[in-house]
Design a protein around this ligand. Structure first.
Ligand SMILES: C[S@@+](CC[C@H](N)C(=O)[O-])C[C@H]1O[C@@H](n2cnc3c(N)ncnc32)[C@H](O)[C@@H]1O
Length: 163
């Protein structure tokens, strides 16, 4: 498969899954955490699909489209390994939904990310909350959920924290 085809499939899967989860998460109160602002595409889609919801965005840098810069209090700069652990005074309530799009494509870096990210995601997600991640996570307190049709196995991972 060409890299263009792969890119298109990845973004199509991301859009289908984000819309699927934002429908589910309408039933769960609480903030949304967007891990990895990047260009701001998925952040923009989240705020469009969850109007009025607090969305806290984490990244080490600001490299998004100017129309997608989160308002000051909602942008948390730094290494997610540090900021996610210590964001409670700012974010308050545990998250109804955590979207993590911080895969690097490098297998060693991604294994390391999976290892530190999994317990932090567990700690910051409320019971009944959802996690959508490009990287597989080790989440013992969660069920892995079926994904909508058309998503290639292994492309994305969808979890719900046990109540
Ligand atoms: C693939 S991009 C996210 C793309 C975004 N979902 C979009 O739709 O535009 C990943 C982003 O995560 C950030 N990132 C990756 N690992 C990080 C880490 N450990 N701490 C902070 N930011 C990180 C990178 O700086 C980059 O902006």
């Amino acid at each position: 498969m060409s890299r263009l085809d792969s890119f298109i499939r990845r973004l199509t899967a991301q859009k289908i899954l984000l819309e699927h989860v934002t429908d589910l998460v309408k039933e769960v109160a609480g903030p949304v955490l967007e891990l990895g602002l990047g260009n701001g595409r998925t952040y923009d889609h989240l705020r469009e699909n969850l109007p009025g919801r607090d969305i806290y965005v984490f990244d080490r840098e600001l490299s998004c489209h100017p129309s997608c810069i989160p308002q000051g209090d909602f942008m948390i700069f730094g290494e997610i390994r540090e900021t996610l652990e210590f964001c409670e005074p700012r974010v308050g309530e545990k998250a109804a939904f955590i979207h993590a799009d911080i895969g690097s494509g490098d297998p060693t870096t991604d294994l390391a990310t999976q290892s530190w990210l999994s317990p932090l995601v567990d700690a910051r997600c409320k019971p009944g909350g959802y996690v959508l991640s490009g990287l597989e996570l080790a989440l013992d307190n969660f069920d892995e959920l079926e994904k909508p049709d058309g998503i290639r196995p292994g492309r994305y991972h969808l979890y719900r924290k046990k109540i």
